[in-house]
Design a protein around this ligand. Structure first.
Ligand code: IPM
Ligand code: MG
Length: 370
């Protein structure tokens, strides 16, 4: 049976449009190899939406996202927008999109590919065996808490944000992490700063409560500062890292460096299933390399793989994409961010072509559902 899927594509800014093109190419190849028909709806989001419509998340864009089966988002932002009032910045649009689709769970797998073990700044021996996923709370905490602002008090400016979590917000993200851990190595490391912060004490108490429903999963707690150290000291000790919004933001960038480049890291932002999920490379818009055919499209390609796994429940396409990326890396092809001595250096377009050709060349038409 033909699977018709509507995907809203938000190419955004900087290298966003370039990596999106490679994503579209991949979807076309998947259509030709598997029983899918994609309707790709392109909408303005981020800086480009500010330029054209005066705001980062136009209503029409959010509505299109809500009506799709999944949202594919490349990257947003750039120096041009950094001086705008906060409400008009691309990043505020991203937070509104996450809130608008209620994607409270951000999944950031730190996948290591063997051929890239020497691309990381961390020694090969320390990396070996690393396979972890950061489960980051995405619609609460310091990013959204009120009160917030900058105002004048006693004759001087003060700036403030609030890290706030309700019990139910902690419970629902903890449940996601425990479910994922149950299907992996069955270990959760919950990150907090319970030695100092009240909100972290509640986080820890609620996570312990939730853990009682998952007897087969081991739960550990680490303070955020220690976790940041452990992640580069001994990354192999982690399976699922569960963290609030800002702590997860920081740890996922740190974790990205284990893989060799942030250009390798995909993500999925999901909610309770009533609205579509967002698939997005973890890297930013990298304005310094935009338009130069230098960006690594692999994070985008792996984000699409995650879309098949989580939104379309299709492990086969997920595995096919992953295998193809692995084999191209095994053959020595590298974009500049992951380049090594004696590698075959290629640009964005060539890397996309190589991975797509690999998928076309694989003989998979014989699936029982075809
Ligand atoms: C991320 C990014 C965003 C965040 C920015 C662009 C708002 O760093 O997705 O990790 O802080 O969440
Ligand atoms: Mg970040």
């Amino acid at each position: 049976m033909m699977n018709a899927k509507k995907i809203t594509l938000l190419s955004g800014d900087g290298i966003g449009p370039e990596v999106s093109k490679e994503g579209e190419k991949l979807l076309t190849v998947i259509e030709s190899r598997f029983d899918y028909k994609f309707e790709i709806v392109k909408k303005d989001f981020g800086g480009i939406a500010i330029d054209k419509h005066g705001l980062p998340l136009p209503e029409d864009t959010l509505n299109a996202c809500k009506k799709s089966d999944a949202v594919l988002l490349a990257a947003i932002g750039g120096p041009k927008y950094d001086t705008l009032p906060r409400a008009k910045r691309p990043e505020t649009g991203l937070l509104s999109l996450r809130a608008g689709l209620n994607t409270f769970a951000n999944l950031r797998p730190i996948m290591l590919f063997d051929p890239l073990l020497d691309s990381s700044t961390i020694k090969r021996e320390i990396l070996s065996g690393t396979d972890l996923i950061v489960v980051r709370e995405l619609t609460g905490g310091l990013y959204f808490g009120k009160p917030k602002g900058i105002e004048v008090r006693n004759g001087e400016k003060v700036g403030f944000n609030t890290m706030i979590y309700t019990e139910s917000e902690i419970k629902r993200i903890a449940n996601v992490a425990f479910e994922i851990a149950g299907k992996r190595k069955k270990k959760i490391t919950s990150i907090d700063k319970a030695n100092v912060l009240d909100v972290s004490q509640l986080w820890r108490d609620v996570v312990i409560e939730v853990s009682k429903d998952y007897k087969d999963v081991t739960l550990e707690h680490l303070y955020i500062d220690n976790a940041a150290m452990q992640l580069i000291k001994n990354p192999g000790q982690f399976d699922v890292i569960l963290a609030e919004n800002l702590f997860g933001d920081i740890l996922s960038d740190e974790g990205a460096m284990l893989t060799g480049s942030i250009g390798m890291l995909p993500s999925a932002s999901t909610g309770d299933g009533s609205l579509p999920s967002i698939y997005e490379p973890v890297h930013g818009s990298a304005p310094d390399i935009a338009g130069k055919n230098l960006a690594n499209p692999i994070a985008m390609i792996l984000s699409i793989a995650m879309m098949f796994k989580y939104s379309f429940n299709d492990k086969k396409v997920y595995d096919t994409i992953l295998k193809s990326v692995k084999s191209i890396l095994n053959e020595g092809y590298r974009t500049k961010d992951i380049a090594q001595d004696k590698c075959k250096l290629v640009g964005t377009i060539e890397m996309g072509d190589l991975i797509c050709n690999q998928i076309s060349a694989t003989n998979l038409r014989l699936s029982p559902n075809n």
